[in-house]
Design a protein around this ligand. Structure first.
Ligand SMILES: Nc1nc2c(ncn2[C@@H]2O[C@H](COP(=O)(O)OP(=O)(O)OP(=O)(O)O)[C@@H](O)[C@H]2O)c(=O)[nH]1
Ligand SMILES: [Mg+2]
Length: 710
């Protein structure tokens, strides 16, 4: 393959709600450009993009797949992204390295919740966007309603370049108001015949043509003058104006396609070649230090790794974009983050699992290299002597958790390594060894996301694992003051053990007064690693317990605080005042005082109206109006409290507070309640009291479990 320069490269991410036809459209592009000889289908699991077994089983994309199409004199790098919100990480990493987004709308469903979520990311990345309304051959296709919704949601900048003539089952004609031509397709799609616009459509096409010109001219004074003088812009003027306007997000040109019937992909690619910004036309990327990198093939080499993949047949690969200079096989580049010099092996351009070796890749291009040993997603590599870091991809925080259990003894280490591997490939999967819950937790974006991880653990890593509901990190505290004591005495054989501790245990809160009626000698405030405080007060009078034993008492209290008496959870927000006790000249030692401290604390705690606290999350649900009723009436079942509801265009945003135990299940619940048309996010808010009947149920379970263990 020839080497493309930054004027002849286009980098596109295909974006859109699940099932809008992204993968089918990518397939049509590859087929039209002769990259593939046979046009596969999602149904048969034969597309170039969805080549993973899990994608074929499900009939939908799971991974962002790098592809490319050579169209005319240009190389269009395409990343086909998955539409399900669980895989949003793939969308974000794609947006990080492409120049333009191609947003696919489903002409049958209009603007969907996935479109909205992804739109927000394109705004954040300031990515230029072009739209295509796909499935215009669908019997329930409604192109104009879809356009209206897009304008309403994304602004008047959404501008029609093409529309279907007679959409629906017999669809075969696209009216192009930029070219002022009708494209008429044969039964198999492909290359259309160019025809004059039918008489009945002339007026509408002319009006849309003018709208298009005006929005372009509006952004450029000299073009405007020209337009006013001539009443028209020629193709070249229009091209320049359009590119500039697209880069500034002042226009979102809108096309139409039937990916399934192979109609429209060619014209779309020509537009991408000719009008969509080249890497050199985009504003230079800035490194963290503020250096601007231009897509100059002769500049110093700098690449950014945005994806890692490991596949049994294809091997381990690192995917990167060249931001400056030229990379070649055998080159040495320094990884800024790990400090390691890496020698680049063979370089590839890839179309799904098919890879072709290339000798070099210039600035602006996207390619892959056999996995570099000490290089990970988000790393910057560059020529020696430079000091550059490109901003890392910021992945969203996780929304669901599961506990991963190995069903085969002795495979724990292997499981740990496999999970680490999954995280390397997909940084939105987080692994946590929870000391508190004594569980291995996997955090992800949704039920499907963690199920995908499970599928890979079983099939790719040949592990036998189960996913279980994770425990809830409850907290225990108390509601009233109690005084108590404990005498620890042991007389067996030689030296005995003796310690007696009297303490006052009470709820701690900000601004609490000093313990009443006691003479305080010292107060220690401990911020607990799991949140909240322990305040430990020494109010010993007359040296009844020697100073040197107080740390041992504190240790005993702390020990019990990591396994509270109600459910074995962490204890927080208590004040413990030691005010009396007894020692024995020979038998008292630290171990004895630790035990006495622990037991005295436990006894007091149980009597002090213990209160279990549970983590509550702020939950935000974005959904179409018609689902609001169902979603709202389901919330009380989940012990959630509605905080408010707002409308955002034709979507509703519901805010609620929900216990974590329910958040864990919510992704699945919401999906089935709204057929995947709602999105939600959750973030930790605070700890609040658990209702008493639930607390006593959990306490009984804990006691029973503790007995079984004994
Ligand atoms: N009628 C019709 N169906 C289409 C068209 N494009 C795609 N489809 C069908 O729509 C379904 C989803 O297509 P995909 O290409 O997998 O959609 P996607 O956007 O890649 O979906 P995700 O990867 O899950 O986000 C498949 O059954 C396709 O055959 C089209 O233009 N017309
Ligand atoms: Mg897909």
């Amino acid at each position: 393959m020839k080497t493309y320069d930054a004027h002849h490269i286009r980098n596109i991410a295909i974006l859109g709600h699940a099932g809008s036809g992204k993968t089918t459209l990518a397939e049509s592009m590859l087929f039209e450009s002769n990259e593939i000889q046979r046009r596969g289908s999602v149904e048969e699991g034969s597309t170039a993009s969805d080549y993973h077994d899990i994608e074929q089983e499900r009939g939908s994309s799971v991974f962002g797949t790098p592809l490319f199409a050579e169209w005319r004199d240009y190389k269009i790098n395409i990343i086909d992204t998955p539409g399900f919100s669980d895989y949003v990480g793939e969308v974000i990493s794609a947006l990080r390295v492409v120049d333009t987004g191609l947003m696919v709308l489903n002409s049958h469903h209009g603007v969907e919740v996935g479109t909205e979520t992804i739109w927000k990311y394109t705004k954040q990345f300031e990515t230029p966007v072009i739209f295509t309304v796909n499935k215009v051959d669908h019997e329930q296709s409604d192109f104009w309603r879809t356009v209206e919704q897009a304008k309403e949601r994304f602004g008047r900048e959404v501008t029609v370049v093409q529309y279907p003539f007679a959409e629906g089952v017999g669809f075969n004609t696209i009216i192009d108001v930029l070219k002022m031509t009708a494209y008429v397709f044969g039964a198999d799609g492909g290359k259309p015949e160019k025809m004059p616009i039918p008489d009945s459509e002339r007026e509408r096409a002319a009006q849309l043509h003018n709208e298009l010109i005006e929005i372009v001219a509006e952004n450029d004074e000299s073009l405007m003058e020209h337009y006013l003088a001539k009443g028209e812009l020629d193709e070249e003027e229009m091209r320049h104006g359009l590119t500039k306007t697209i880069i500034q997000r002042q226009i979102f040109p809108l096309f139409c396609t039937s990916a399934k019937k192979n109609m429209g992909a060619g014209r779309l690619m020509t537009f991408i070649d000719v009008v969509v910004p080249a890497p050199v036309e985009m504003p230079p990327v800035k490194t963290e230090g503020g250096t601007e990198l231009k897509a100059d093939p002769k500049g110093k080499t700098c690449i950014f790794v945005f994806k890692a993949a490991s596949e049994p047949n294809v091997g381990d690969m690192s995917f990167f974009r060249v931001y400056s200079g030229t990379v070649a096989h055998g080159m040495d580049l320094v990884n800024e983050q790990t400090g390691v010099t890496e020698r680049l092996g063979q370089l590839f351009v890839v179309n799904g699992k098919k890879r072709s070796e290339v000798s070099e890749l210039q600035a602006g291009d996207i390619g892959a290299v056999v996995k570099l040993k000490n290089t990970h997603v988000n790393n910057t590599l560059h020529d020696k002597g430079l000091n550059l870091v490109l901003p890392a991809i910021q992945f969203p925080s996780p929304r669901v958790r599961v506990s991963v259990v190995s069903n085969r003894k002795g495979e724990e280490d292997k499981l740990g390594m496999a999970l680490h591997h999954l995280h390397e490939e997909d940084p939105t999967l987080l692994i946590e060894h929870s000391m508190e819950l004594k569980q291995l937790l996997l955090h992800g974006q949704g039920e499907m996301h963690v199920q995908t991880a499970k599928h890979r653990l079983i099939n790719r890593f040949k592990l036998d694992v189960s996913f279980e509901t994770p425990k809830v990190p409850y907290r225990e505290t108390i509601q009233r003051m109690v005084e108590g004591s404990y005498r620890h005495k042991k007389q067996s054989g030689g030296a005995g053990q003796f310690a007696e501790v009297h303490m006052r245990v009470e709820p701690w809160y900000e601004g609490i007064a000093a313990p009443a009626g006691l003479s305080v000698r010292a107060t220690e405030e401990h911020d607990l690693p799991w949140g909240g405080k322990l305040v430990f007060v020494n109010a010993i009078v007359g040296g009844v317990i020697e100073q040197r034993f107080l740390p041992a008492i504190l240790k005993g209290v702390m020990e019990k605080m990591t396994e509270g008496p109600v459910t074995g959870s962490y204890v927080r927000d208590v004040r413990v005042t030691v005010f009396d006790g007894k020692m024995h000249a020979v038998d008292s030692n630290e171990a004895a005082f630790k035990t006495a401290g622990r037991m005295a604390f436990k006894d007091c705690f149980i009597k002090a109206d213990p209160q279990l606290l549970e983590p509550i999350y702020d939950v935000e649900v974005l959904m179409p109006e018609e689902h609001v009723g169902d979603v709202m009436s389901d919330l009380p079942v989940r012990r959630a409290v509605i905080m408010g509801i707002d409308s955002d265009g034709h979507y509703q945003v519901l805010k609620a507070r929900m216990p974590l135990a329910e958040v864990d299940k919510y992704a699945t619940v919401l999906r089935s309640m709204t057929s995947g048309r709602a999105a939600f996010s959750a973030s930790f808010a605070e700890y609040v009291s658990v209702p008493s009947q639930i607390q006593s149920k959990l306490h009984q379970e804990y006691l029973q479990h503790a007995q079984e263990e004994e």
